[in-house]
Design a protein around this ligand. Sequence first.
Ligand code: PMP
Length: 356
Amino acid sequence: MSRFLTEKHNALSPYVPGEQPKDDQYIKLNTNELPFPPSPLAQRLAREAAGTLNLYSDPDCTVLRKTAAEVWGVDPDEIMFANGSDDVLNYAFAAFCDEKHPLLFPDVTYSFYRSIAALNHVPYTEIPVDEEFRIHVEDYCSCGKNVLIANPNAPSGIALPLSEIEKILISNPDNIVMIDEAYIDFGGESAVRLIPQYPNLLVIRTFSKSFGMAGARLGAAIACKELIENLNRLRNSLNPYCINAMTMKAGIGALLDRSYFESCLKRVRAIREDAAGRLREAGFTVTPSVTNFLFVKHPSYPGKEICEDLRKKNILIRHFDTPRLKEWARISIGSEEEMQAVLETLLGLLKEKEDA
Ligand code: PMP
């Protein structure tokens, strides 16, 4: 660290993203990307936009917001776009959380929440999920603090019903309740339809998962107009052109191409259910994930070893070296062929281990 770094940033512990290999020798199932390319329409519009890159992009994202508003059933003024949902989270933490407005989130969840809280000097409390990684909403009701819940949660993949989310919203009218819906399109009920009733609700979405656009960096905040105005104050004070022209057009194309979107989701769900069934048959515990990943554990094959052994076979999955998760491994849902290869390899490794 240089002596020039300001003191307030000394204690940061930045998020460690999953590995992004520079060659394509791997079957890459470690960062929950969609195994399919973005919609052909999204790709075409992005290519067309490449020819306009001499100009600044529209800071208001006018057409993108209008298109998203129609698809999501809200008003364009109820949406703010930013550079990935991580960026949205940063604006939300900066806008609504501080020493006077601390935050609660589950102890097992997206670990980036801790990094972003530290960056924004937001005090937070982690509420333990139960042994099966379930969130109990009573822990968050009438808490007098802001709340952040990923629904479905990661890395468990388990979703809370909307009626449970609503209990948190009703009982904390003076606090912001943020629902990170990164994986909602793969399963679970979106909280977006509750926005007209709850001015304290902020829903966060990403195009990185169900729209297959992780490399484009596009995320959205969806909330009542007042909260969106607050977020825009911050966004426009820092980086008003944060959505580049190609990403903006790709986002429009991805939203308009409903049939491609639906067919990708259908495939992911079918592959997930098939893989979960085969893993359970082989003795794995598999959480009831409604997302595009599976969280698995085997009584005689620790998650870390699975991850290391698969890596030697050119397959990347994710292991979290934390006390509650160290037995487990997370496998993103790949294409039919990728998943077939992973399951064959993994079950083969397990057999070798059991025969040894
Ligand atoms: N929320 C959750 C729960 C996630 O798992 C991720 C990505 N792994 C994100 C948000 C961030 O997504 P992005 O910044 O790519 O939109």
